[in-house]
Ligand binder design. Structure first.
Ligand SMILES: O=CC(=O)O
Length: 338
């Protein structure tokens, strides 16, 4: 295949692990790489627009570390259409993409649905143990030279009822990690699982109200959609047990931030473990100063195995799309638009 007949792919970010696969695919496709500016969305947009002035792209992908440059909208990607027929995000969530605009321009939108399951579920476990054992406060107390200081006694997982909101792959994986620790798991999900699956997983369905009022720990593991935005707000916090623990590795906006902060300040929420925030990467300073909160910088998927899987999945999607006309995983269908 000569270069003039090869499809051209714009990569926003440079894969670290899939170098051999990229080399192999270079026989069929041309890859151009842009290094996104970690501090300036506008600078990244400028680089994309400059690349689009020089070349016509058939597909475009970006990896993972995207909070500083997101959202992925017409403003950013406009000059790539109508030529670009495939936009791929390395994340499983696609709430920061203008899918409607991409669909209207005849492009498939692909995500990588399962690669980050294990990394995110392990992050959920880390935050779970951290909040129950108050490791943030204990470390802070020791570091300030007070040894135990006035630390209260902490909690063990055994015997705790954990309410998981969102029983997809991550929710299931988290449940399977904590049941051996002696936890009872109840869940709420858009669609209830089959009785067989509930039995196999050893979990019980609960309405949202039941889950809120009976859980010792509430874990958010559902996607952010118009119907889950601010799913937990003032009214929902009032229904919770006193001293409840909250975990969120899904998306910050699923919890109403003002109501959440108020519930922590009032003591209704004992401690929270958060990997996701409203307005990443510049979260409300409260989260960085409260001793009641363990924070991580949306870091669940940043393991070598996850990132390697994401990169390979993106490349498989590209190859499959060019070979068959349809990517392996996609969240829209540009063929039946309007
Ligand atoms: O947050 C991570 C993802 O959506 O994959």
């Amino acid at each position: 295949m000569t270069d003039s007949t090869k499809k051209r792919v714009l990569a926003i970010g440079i894969p670290q692990f899939a170098t051999a696969s990229i080399e192999k695919l270079r026989e069929k496709y041309i890859f151009d790489f842009i290094i996104p500016d970690p501090t300036s969305r506008m600078e990244t947009i400028r680089k994309i627009h400059k690349a689009a002035e020089k070349n016509k792209y058939d597909a475009c992908f970006w990896l993972f570390r995207n909070a500083p440059i997101s959202p992925f909208t017409k403003e950013m990607l406009g000059p790539l259409v109508p030529g670009c027929r495939l936009f791929i995000t390395g994340a499983s969530g696609y709430d920061d993409l203008d899918v409607e605009w991409m669909t209207a321009n005849g492009a498939y939108v692909s995500n990588v649905p399962n690669a980050s399951t294990e990394g995110t579920a392990v992050m959920n476990l880390l935050l779970f143990l951290s909040v129950l054992r108050g490791s943030r406060e204990a470390e802070q107390t020791m570091r300030s030279g007070k040894w135990h200081g006035n630390l209260p006694l902490m909690e063990d997982p055994c015997g705790k009822t954990v309410g998981i909101i969102g029983m997809g792959a991550i929710g299931k994986s988290f449940a399977q990690k904590i049941i051996p620790l002696g936890c009872k798991v109840i869940y709420n999900n858009r669609n209830r699982l089959s009785t067989e699956e509930e039995t196999t997983l050893d979990i019980k369905y609960a309405t949202l109200d039941e889950l809120l009022s009976t859980s010792d720990v509430i874990s958010i593991n559902c996607p952010l959609t118009p119907s889950t935005k601010n799913l937990l707000s003032k009214k929902e916090f009032q229904k919770m047990k006193d001293d409840v623990y909250i975990l969120n590795t899904a998306r910050g906006s699923i919890i109403d931030e003002e109501a959440f902060i108020e519930a922590i300040q009032s003591g209704k929420v004992c401690r929270a473990g958060l990997d996701v925030f409203v307005n990443e990467p510049n979260p409300n300073p409260f989260w960085l100063t409260s001793d009641k909160v363990t924070v991580q910088p949306h870091w669940g998927g940043f393991t070598t195995s996850t990132v390697a899987m994401v990169e390979e999945a993106i490349l498989r999607n590209i190859d499959t799309f060019f070979e068959t006309g349809c990517p392996l995983s996609y969240v829209n269908n540009p063929l039946i638009r309007g």
